[in-house]
Design a protein around this ligand. Structure first.
Ligand SMILES: *Cc1c(COP(=O)(O)O)cnc(C)c1O
Length: 382
């Protein structure tokens, strides 16, 4: 099988797996136990926190381990908004965010918060002239993802940060798709709260972290033993945390070199795909993740392309993994102004560490044949 769905998840790297294995059995003790063995595990976890902090350029105190990206987003948004309820009741986000951002926003709307959406253009890019008009004196939190998981568009988040800081508005940035692809340094993002997930960066599933900037107060979502400064109680998932730290370190060492390689592969893929009759690109042509392509073929449902490519041994997807299968047209493409029929045509190809130029050529040749066959069957483009 040719795997081209790295935005959905990535394989755990051997170095990461090795690091984790040790903490399943050899050092299995509870990091919160008072005995020697427990203290040694605690020291390993605190070292992992330091390693993560070093890569992203923040103090280890500001790294809160979570059960993944979804929890990091929920803690940032629910926790940030609820802690500021007395100051204001207005939140702003975009309509193309991941469901783990839009879900908490809807929950807060039921708690009495007003939620507005920044205007976007047809490539998913934030309107740089008009976004500030959405802010009111009641605005307490803004959440804008750095890179969209479905269409790959990169937002100019570094431009938002100083404006929001000056207005005293908490800024959360879902950086789950972009970490280790185009950034590793928190200062480049400039947000108060940054979410990262392990399994999108060659680490394990079910673990992630939230960067919580200095002086940022959050209301916890759960109550218990007070771990993670009371923000995320519960016995720490030590093997996953150790694996995450290793994956973060490897990303920090390699991402600049890998970025150029992925960019070349992606550009080749887009250029070849656009030669096929009826194929068009979704999202921004250049302001996008280096490993990310979202295409459509006029007149053919994305689901059909995904299934036909699957029969040929190539794994790609329609929008987000969590909403694929629902057969609802993508909420992201609809938010960009596409009609339901057009939005249903979108499909995503994302490349990664094991992808070669040969794979790109094979993908393009197979897509061309699939489109040809389907067009003949449905009398399109002929
Ligand atoms: C995958 C993803 C999430 C959810 O992360 P999990 O670790 O799978 O819970 C959130 N936001 C974006 C942009 C993602 O791509």
């Amino acid at each position: 099988m040719l795997y081209m769905d790295y935005a959905a998840t990535t394989p755990v790297r051997p170095e990461v797996q090795e690091e984790m294995t040790h903490y399943f059995a050899a050092q299995f003790e509870n990091p919160h136990s008072p005995h020697e063995a427990g203290l040694r595990v605690k020291a390993a976890v605190e070292e992992a926190r330091e390693r993560v902090g070093r890569v992203i350029g923040v103090s280890p105190r500001q790294v809160v381990f979570t059960s993944g990206g979804t929890e990091a987003n929920n803690l940032a948004i629910l926790g940030g908004a609820r802690a500021r309820r007395k100051r204001g009741n207005h939140l702003v986000t975009t309509s193309i965010e991941h469901k783990s951002v839009l879900g908490p926003m809807s929950a807060l709307a039921k708690e009495g918060f007003g939620v507005d959406f920044f205007p976007l253009d047809s490539t998913g890019l934030l309107d740089r002239e008009k976004w500030q008009e959405c802010l009111t004196p009641q605005t307490v939190l803004v959440s804008v993802g750095h890179a969209n998981n479905e269409i790959g568009t990169l937002q100019p988040v570094a431009e938002l940060a100083p404006v929001l800081r000056q207005k005293g508005i908490l800024f959360h940035c879902d950086c789950i798709q972009s970490f280790g692809k185009v950034w590793v340094d928190a200062a480049e993002i400039g947000a108060d709260l940054i979410s990262v997930s392990g399994h999108k960066l060659y680490g394990p599933k079910g673990v992630g972290f939230l960067y919580v900037g200095p002086g940022v107060r959050l209301e916890p979502l759960m109550y218990g033993g007070g771990q993670e400064r009371g923000l995320r109680p519960g016995t720490l998932n030590v093997p996953a945390i150790m694996g995450l730290a290793k994956a973060v370190e490897l990303a920090g060492q390699e991402y600049k070199r890998e970025l150029l390689r992925l960019l070349a592969l992606r550009t080749e893929l887009i250029n070849r795909a656009l030669l096929i009759p009826g194929v068009y690109l979704n999202g921004h042509p250049t302001q996008r993740l280096p490993h990310h392509v979202n295409l459509g073929v006029s007149g053919i449902e994305g689901q059909v392309i995904v299934s036909e490519m699957g029969k040929r041994g190539i794994a790609i997807s329609t929008g987000a993994a969590c909403s694929s299968g629902s057969r609802e047209p993508s909420h992201v493409l609809m938010a960009l102004g596409q009609a339901a029929g057009e939005a249903a045509q979108g499909f995503r190809i994302t490349v990664g560490v094991d992808t070669t130029v040969q794979d790109i050529l094979s993908f393009a040749a197979n897509l061309s044949r699939v489109v040809d066959d389907l067009s003949e069957r449905f009398c399109f483009h002929k």
